[in-house]
Ligand binder design. Structure first.
Ligand SMILES: Cc1cc2nc3c(=O)[nH]c(=O)nc-3n(C[C@H](O)[C@H](O)[C@H](O)COP(=O)(O)OP(=O)(O)OC[C@H]3O[C@@H](n4cnc5c(N)ncnc54)[C@H](O)[C@@H]3O)c2cc1C
Length: 347
């Protein structure tokens, strides 16, 4: 056969390849969300929202239970683990990079049949069954049960250097990272109960701590405040705002602060910074739909059940306040088991 290379043939070939690829992508996507061949009204047994430790663990359980779970990854595939640096408290592994652990969990969930969708949920309708989940790209997904594992986000200072030095000397969790700052000079930014809780932990590892607090005084339970006063090694700078996190590209080297009273800026040299100004659960989508507590965390009853039967929640988005990866994982598994029980009860 003689092939003639002219513009018409090239155009036809390119169009054919493009159309075939589009059809392939559409079919793969349809199967990824579990839609059948005729329409997109296929009802999934279980849809998981979030790809952090809790969501991935739910995916592993539900996949092994042959529930064909669909998991929506959200903006942060892997969740907090990816930013966590080295994890030293995962049972059975003495040290593993958080990002590697997230990858391994995803691989395990995929092996057991969890379908991943790389998109964000922007609306849910849990008013009647099947439950509806809407993605940013306009897709609607139906489900008989949903596991919410959307985690939480640390409140940010929103100052230069903050994102750049996260996990490079800037930490947000003393329980997780304090051992990395043993005997180092550290600034802790914050001035309420979250900060006090972190100081209790951090002060076991280093004596050289400076608290940078934008308010006139630190607020918290008197017993904790008394302990703070008694600890002569901890210096407190009240009425002081952290303006910038400084570093040498590889690691934090200091904090630029502003004294609100004198309006003077100063650079405080440190080897580590803890930002402890609280956390926000990623629960905005569920306000007025599910019962939330005063901190806007999803209330769970009887382990992972929420206020709506068939909707389960696990990990840091809930009012189970342990906020550690192995705990989020365990609750992810529990949510998978509770969802499985629920699905078989409605058959
Ligand atoms: C810097 C740092 C260090 C840490 N170090 C340790 C440690 O050493 N040891 C330890 O045990 N724990 C540590 N932790 C805590 C631990 O990582 C968390 O407790 C745990 O990973 C929480 O998992 P999660 O699945 O509940 O939530 P997250 O990890 O917060 O995951 C939430 C997921 O939900 C997704 N999501 C959010 N909104 C939507 C939406 N609208 N649609 C779809 N998806 C959405 C996000 O994309 C993300 O994938 C650390 C945390 C941080 C930040």
């Amino acid at each position: 056969m003689k092939i003639v290379f002219n513009y018409k043939n090239i155009f036809l070939s390119v169009s054919l390849i493009a159309i075939t690829s589009l059809i392939y992508l559409k079919i793969s996507y349809k199967y990824a969300i579990g839609a059948d061949d005729n329409n997109s009204e296929f009802v999934n047994k279980i849809v998981i929202l979030g790809s952090g430790t809790a969501g991935l663990s739910s995916g592993i359980y539900a996949g092994r239970a042959k529930l064909n779970p669909v998991l929506i990854e959200g903006d942060y595939p892997g969740g907090q683990l990816v930013k966590a640096g080295v994890i030293e408290n995962w049972p059975g592994i003495s040290a593993i990079a958080g990002s590697q652990l997230a990858q391994e969990l995803k691989m395990q969930a995929t092996e057991y049949g969890t379908k991943f969708i790389s998109d964000n949920v922007n609306k849910v309708d849990f008013s009647k069954k099947p439950f509806k989940i809407y993605l940013n790209d306009g897709t609607k997904i139906l489900a008989n049960s949903v596991i919410i594992a959307t985690g939480r986000k640390p409140r940010k200072l929103n100052c230069p250097g903050e994102d750049k030095y996260l996990s490079k000397g800037l930490a947000v969790c003393a329980l997780c990272d304090a051992p990395l700052f043993k005997n180092k000079k550290v600034a802790l930014i914050g001035g309420n109960i979250s900060a006090l809780r972190e100081i209790e932990i951090l002060s076991k590892y280093t004596k050289d701590i400076i608290i940078i607090n934008r308010d006139p005084e630190i607020k918290g339970p008197s017993s904790w405040l008394n302990r703070l006063k008694e600890n002569k090694n901890i210096k407190v700078m009240n009425n002081t705002i952290a303006k910038e996190i400084l570093g040498n590209e590889k690691w934090v080297t200091g904090v630029k602060v502003l004294d609100k009273k004198t309006n003077k800026e100063e650079i405080i040299p440190v080897q580590g910074v803890f930002v402890c100004i609280g956390w926000n659960p990623s629960s905005e989508l569920f306000e007025k739909i599910l019962e939330l507590d005063s901190k806007k965390q999803i209330k769970v009853f009887n382990q992972t059940h929420t206020s709506i039967p068939g909707i389960f929640a696990a990990g840091d988005v809930t009012n189970i306040t342990y906020h550690q990866a192995p705990v989020a994982s365990s609750f992810g598994y529990m949510a998978g088991m509770d969802a499985e029980k629920y699905i078989s009860s409605i058959k």
